[in-house]
Ligand binder design. Structure first.
Ligand code: WTA
Length: 689
């Protein structure tokens, strides 16, 4: 606790000469400190007055309590949820994040008995929200849509839950879900949660190899999928991918008895869907025959809720395991505060449920708050780049949460109240465009930092609470103690830059890597003993604002020179012809001198220099030919230390960009081996131009 107090002090006191004023107070009160280069964006007074946290002072009060009396703070919040049985008051959570003091066994609300599906649906219906719209579903094609109220959603969840029970799925069993953004996807997640089964959603951009790898790891009782999906003008035959994955896992001794397949009529008919009669079942034929009520399976707060695989920099994907109680409290609370959620809001998160953002902020966080959620099946650029804004308009979206890669579309919509961003550092110019153009200089931006591992937001603005700085994720969420360490693991204070770690336990934290607790400790807790290590670089400025600089392992190593990809992206977008850039790595046999790369970062005419950069790489030449009369290039920087699929999360929307850039550089490296379990599989360069 002494450490914690000291940390709160550090976070809330200026490093030098500013006396007793906290940085937050300072920026809001003292123009003295806010020089022009601080680039502060003040929030509108009217907005702040109505916000859940209306001032920095109020935040500091709540934040201090959340750190100093963590158990009390979170217990008060948890008490607002339904628990069949209350947790052990003497042991609200376990504190140890220090491997030197023994195993890391994070627990929250141990002994508490609850169910997240019950809290997301039944309790909201009891509170009178039965007829409120839970989901607005918007299909790939214009004019294709559907809605479900909370009561209707509960009925559908119960039918599927009953079916799953009937085929023998029990508490603790895994179920793999390989579905696009149909309403069936959150329905399947909630149905699993209702009966205590552990869902593992696999993003449909993943290949059959990746899918079978996950199936073999978690050995599910059933796989839930659909026959096909339309993305823009393309049809993706998902059933074929699933068939191949199931064949592969059967060959390796893991056979699946039931493949529940939803018929997605707009994409593919039954007649053309390949079928294995003893295994495959049409969802539409069977699930609707089951009763619309289903008893809840009450589970311990620490019983597993889901497994979500995420790429590591080496080896097989990591099965990040989240449990029930802490995750429920954390996603609900972060959603409420980071978006300043009010019951009248219409919320749209463009993330797919295949990622953590979709788990926590499409399904659980919003539904636990009784929010109306927009779910979009299609591609943001289909039929044209105005699609997102048509959707915002159509449903009068007030809270719009997306990834920076989507910022390139130029529209503005009046219903918007709060904008959110996630997944990668936003460069200040993109931030400003999002703020000024999309939000009409009126909507606060929540640039939320989270990871699959953290379950929910860790560092994020609270809308209307404090002034923003374009590109900064600002301050920690309640109960989170972020610290920055140097490469030796020493905590660095004041204005600094280094590795981002977390000092304390938070309710939404993942509890283990499935089947490999040792890897969990080695990857996250051993690099800097005493802390959770995020793998991200971060700096803190003189006002205490945090700035993410990208994955520390997203580092390009060119002949021993290390460059963060965020820096390269920022340099690229400063070019007048470049709207947005995403830098990823591929190996290349030609070694390029660092001097060359630096010259590129400091370019005056990128396109000219690109001509110098053509190597013998056939893909690149194809790309260049394909893109020659548009300004479309994809720049990829390669190097020995470029890892895995993480940065590729946004590729799916990346296809909608008008300009993407590729630089081919450097030596053989670690990129290609991991390509298998990334969404790159099956994607060719032509997809990007
Ligand atoms: C990055 C995706 C900057 C970060 C949600 C992290 C961000 C990784 C932000 C996790 C943000 C996420 N600003 N970077 N607001 N949010 N990241 O697990 O590098 O797929 O470590 O979860 O995304 O990726 P993951």
């Amino acid at each position: 606790t002494t450490n914690h107090l000291r940390h709160v002090e550090l976070l809330t006191t200026l490093p030098s000469g500013a006396g007793e004023i906290s940085p937050l107070n300072a920026v809001i009160l003292g123009e003295a400190l806010a020089s022009e280069e601080d680039d502060l964006i003040f929030s509108n007074k009217e907005f702040s007055n109505k916000a859940h946290v209306s001032s920095p002072q109020k935040y500091l009060e709540m934040y201090k309590r959340s750190i100093v009396d963590s158990a009390g703070f979170w217990s008060d919040i948890a008490s607002q949820f339904y628990w069949k049985q209350r947790w052990d008051e003497h042991c609200v959570y376990s504190e140890n994040l220090d491997v030197r003091n023994g195993d890391i066994r994070i627990q929250w609300f141990k002994g508490g008995v609850t169910n997240i599906c019950y809290n997301a649906l039944d309790t909201n219906i009891q509170a009178g929200l039965g007829d409120k719209t839970a989901f607005f579903w918007e299909g790939n094609d214009l004019g294709q849509d559907a809605t479900l109220t909370f009561s209707q959603l509960l009925n559908k969840v119960c039918q599927l839950a009953n079916y799953l029970k009937d085929i023998g799925v029990k508490k603790g069993d895994a179920v793999v879900i390989y579905l696009p953004m149909l309403m069936e996807l959150p329905i399947a997640m909630l149905a699993c949660a209702r009966i205590g089964a552990v869902h593992s959603v696999v993003f449909v951009g993943f290949s059959s190899e990746s899918l079978s790898q996950r199936i073999m790891d978690c050995k599910p009782k059933a796989v839930i999928t659909c026959n096909a999906v339309r993305r823009g003008s393309k049809v993706l035959n998902l059933k074929n991918i699933v068939d191949a994955a199931l064949a592969e896992s059967t060959n390796n001794g893991v056979s699946i008895d039931v493949c529940l397949t939803c018929e997605n009529q707009s994409a593919m008919t039954r007649e053309t869907t390949k079928w294995q009669i003893d295994r495959d079942v049409w969802w539409q034929d069977i699930v609707s025959k089951y009763p619309t009520t289903c008893e809840v399976e009450w589970v311990d707060a620490e019983d597993p809720l889901f497994l979500l695989y995420t790429s590591g920099s080496t080896g097989k994907p990591k099965g990040v395991l989240h449990t029930t109680g802490g995750y429920m409290i954390y996603t609900a609370t972060t959603f409420k505060y980071a978006f300043d959620y009010k019951p009248s809001d219409i919320y749209w998160c463009t993330a797919d449920c295949g990622w953590i953002t979709g788990h926590s902020y499409v399904t659980y966080g919003p539904l636990l708050n009784g929010s109306t959620v927009v779910i979009f099946e299609g591609a943001p650029n289909y039929p044209d780049s105005g699609r997102c804004w048509d959707i915002v308009d159509k449903y009068k979206v007030t809270l719009f949460y997306t990834a920076p890669t989507l910022f390139v579309n130029r529209y503005s919509r009046k219903s918007l109240r709060v904008l959110g961003s996630v997944g990668e550092p936003i460069n200040p110019s993109a931030w400003r465009w999002f703020y000024n153009v999309v939000g009409d200089s009126r909507c606060p931006i929540s640039d939320t930092w989270l990871q699959t591992e953290t379950g929910g937001f860790m560092i994020t603005p609270l809308p209307g609470t404090w002034p923003q700085k374009p590109g900064s994720v600002t301050f920690p969420f309640f109960g989170v103690l972020p610290i920055i360490v140097d490469e030796k693991g020493n905590e660095i204070e004041g204005e600094c830059s280094g590795y981002l770690c977390i000092r304390n336990s938070w309710p939404g934290a993942f509890r283990t890597l499935y089947g490999d607790h040792e890897r969990y400790e080695t990857t996250y807790f051993k690099p800097f003993p005493g802390y959770y290590y995020s793998g991200d670089g971060c700096s803190r400025d003189k006002d205490g604002y945090h700035w993410l600089t990208g994955r520390v392992d997203d580092v390009i190593n060119v002949s021993g020179h290390r460059i963060g990809i965020a820096e390269i992206e920022s340099a690229l977008v400063s070019h007048r012809q470049c709207a947005e850039a995403a830098v990823v790595g591929v190996e290349h046999e030609v070694d390029l001198s660092p001097a060359y790369l630096y010259r590129l970062l400091d370019f005056t005419d990128l396109i000219l220099k690109m001509d110098d950069l053509i190597f013998s790489n056939k893909d690149f030449i194809d790309l260049k030919n394909g893109g020659s009369n548009s300004k479309s290039y994809l720049i990829v920087i390669g190097g020995a230390e470029v890892p895995s699929g993480r940065r590729l999360v946004s590729l799916d929307v990346f296809r909608g960009l008008t300009v993407a850039l590729m630089i081919l550089v450097d030596d053989a490296g670690g990129f290609l081996p991991s390509i298998n379990h990334s969404p790159w599989n099956g994607v060719t360069l032509a997809d990007f131009v």
